[in-house]
Write a protein that binds this ligand. Structure first.
Ligand code: ADP
Ligand code: MG
Length: 335
């Protein structure tokens, strides 16, 4: 059987149940943004790891070494943010092709260190090898959170409001611009920046984790079309998304008009936004949104509602049922 038949998530579903059965008590394993291990008292250890492979996740000609160093750490910090945790330590493993020079690597480490210092994360180890093929970067991050203030993907209930913490589709549009050539104006440069310099939403994640009304949370790495399905699977629910409510930035709106792109498709399926996706009890939804806006000076965007599992993921526009042309990202499936 070809891997493309089951896809990235089909593969994970295929092997993970056996490993989940073997877990010691108090440990949360495969299936969320981070694993959770008991630590001391009410403190919990969070662990996450993410790999970036040249040609699959980035093109060396389209991102500076400094941005790539920063991004390698940022995507992991985003998973800590998704649980409501605080990151503390990182491990970095590199498979380096022979054509990469020391100056490039110096810049890579400078970028990584910049973000590590800002977020008080210590690089504690890793591994370095030669790669006969592409540049391979793997980062693992440890973090901590208090029991009872960790948000899983599994707590969403029908009726909950679905929120996102930032505009969607900018990063996907930035990638499209890079694949087609170079940014042609300030809007396009801003979109490329969103793609190459994602900001992990650690403060937002910690704040949302402190709200009892938040029932589920994850970070948006593959686009809400894919990521909402992860919440649906873990929470055994469905979701209704209002395409007209997806937050679309000025640069994306204007660029989509100029280039003839469907901005809402990019917002739903573009991926690598690294904002947070949260389900919130409906009776507290307005209060949580107001509190978020007060705390961060920008809105929490309501994009839909959690529904019963039998409904699956449904999209609405102008009040009627509609479909997306693109699907969210899966490494082994296309279209
Ligand atoms: P994220 O995008 O938050 O990093 P993914 O959607 O990539 O999470 O992965 C889903 C879950 O499957 C996560 O809990 C992740 O740790 C786990 N996972 C992915 N690949 C593997 C693997 N090769 N071995 C074990 N667990 C994996
Ligand atoms: Mg994640």
């Amino acid at each position: 059987m070809k891997l493309s038949r089951i896809g990235e998530f089909g593969l994970i579903r295929r092997f993970s149940p056996r490993f989940l059965r073997d877990l010691p008590p108090g440990v949360t394993g495969i299936g969320d943004d981070c694993a959770i291990l008991p630590w001391s008292g009410r403190r919990r250890l969070l662990v996450t790891t993410d790999m970036l492979v040249e040609g699959a996740h980035f093109l060396r000609a389209k991102i500076s070494a400094r941005d790539l160093g920063r991004k390698s750490l940022a995507v992991n910090l985003s998973d800590i943010a998704a649980m409501g945790g605080r990151p503390s330590a990182a491990f970095l493993s590199l498979g380096i092709p022979v054509d990469i020079g020391v100056a490039w690597l110096d810049a890579f480490f400078a970028g990584l260190r910049e973000l590590a210092r800002r977020e008080r994360v210590s690089l504690l180890g890793g591994d370095t090898t030669r790669s006969p093929g592409p540049l391979v970067i793997n980062v693992a991050v440890l973090g901590e959170a208090m029991a009872g203030r960790i948000k899983l993907r599994s707590g969403a209930k029908p009726g909950d409001a679905i929120f996102v913490t930032g505009s969607l589709g900018d990063s996907g549009a930035g990638l499209r611009i890079l694949l087609a050539g170079h940014p042609r104006n300030r809007d396009e440069s801003a979109l490329v920046r969103s793609h190459n310099r994602p900001r992990p939403q650690l403060a937002e994640g910690a704040w949302l984790a402190g709200r009892a009304a938040v029932t589920a949370m994850m970070d948006i790495s593959d686009g809400i079309d894919s990521d909402l399905r992860r919440i649906m699977e873990r929470s055994r629910c469905g979701a209704a998304v209002d395409l007209d409510a997806l937050p679309i930035s000025g640069p994306l709106r204007r660029t989509a008009l100029r280039r003839g792109w469907e901005a809402r498709e990019l917002a739903a399926a573009g991926g690598e936004d690294y904002s947070l996706l949260a389900a919130v009890r409906s009776d507290r939804a307005a209060a949580v949104a107001r509190g978020f806006a007060r705390e961060f000076g920008r809105p929490l965007f309501r994009i839909g509602t959690i529904t019963a599992a039998r409904n699956g993921l449904r999209y609405f526009s102008g009040g009627s049922l509609t479909e997306l042309e693109r699907r969210g990202f899966d490494h082994f499936k296309r279209g």
